[in-house]
Design a protein around this ligand. Structure first.
Ligand code: HEC
Length: 172
């Protein structure tokens, strides 16, 4: 292309940019001189931004647990399972105080035949996917009010991720 065409293109682009910047400036100016004053308007705008961020953080947390499980250490999870052994066995059909946990990851909630569940678990979950296990094992009583699982919970998210990774190796 010749120099003139090139200059015209650049000129057109600069013009568009200038109009865009002026438009922005005008919008900002109108916004800031609203009736309720500059400070408040500004604060309201900011709060909305924070809310959005928090929502994003919540979603990230869920995604993160799956990522944690994917990167987890199932050998460490086997040690964490020591806290469950008093009540749970891993052999298919071997129920104790709690139902057996053979293939529990992605198993239907409350589905072990012949085990007398409280009914509290099916009220809050349908399948023991990683996210439900994460929530339940963090704090069984608050996740499934009325559950008869007498266990305080695993406060450490890495413990839960390692444990879920370990349980996924049993019968899945
Ligand atoms: C003091 C005994 C006890 C301990 C310790 C315990 N549980 Fe439980 N668990 C139970 C009982 C009882 C139930 C049945 C709860 C109900 O029906 O409300 C249960 C239910 C479950 C279920 C639901 C199974 C299903 O078939 O729906 C899972 C999953 C589970 N426990 C995992 C664990 C893990 C993992 C640990 C260790 C971090 C653990 N539990 C520690 C007693 C225990």
């Amino acid at each position: 292309m010749d120099t003139m065409t090139f200059t015209k293109i650049i000129g057109g682009f600069c013009g568009a940019l200038l109009i865009f910047l002026l438009g922005n400036w005008a919008a900002e100016t109108l916004y800031h001189v609203g009736p309720s004053g500059h400070g408040e308007e500004h604060a309201a705008g900011y709060e909305i931004a924070v809310d959005v961020e928090e929502e994003d953080a919540g979603e990230e947390e869920e995604v993160d647990f799956a990522a944690l499980v994917a990167a987890a250490d199932s050998a460490k999870g086997e040690k964490v399972f020591g806290k469950c052994k008093a009540c749970h066995k891993l052999e298919d059909g071997a129920n104790g105080t709690g139902p057996h946990l053979f293939g529990v990851v992605d198993r239907a909630v409350g589905s072990v035949a012949g085990y007398g569940y409280s009914g509290a678990l099916v009220a809050v979950a349908d399948v023991w996917d990683a996210d439900h296990l994460n929530g339940f094992l963090a704090n069984p009583k608050s996740y499934a009010p009325g559950t008869k699982m007498g266990f305080a919970g695993l406060k450490n998210v890495d413990d839960r991720a390692n444990l879920v990774a370990y349980l996924a190796t049993i019968g899945n």
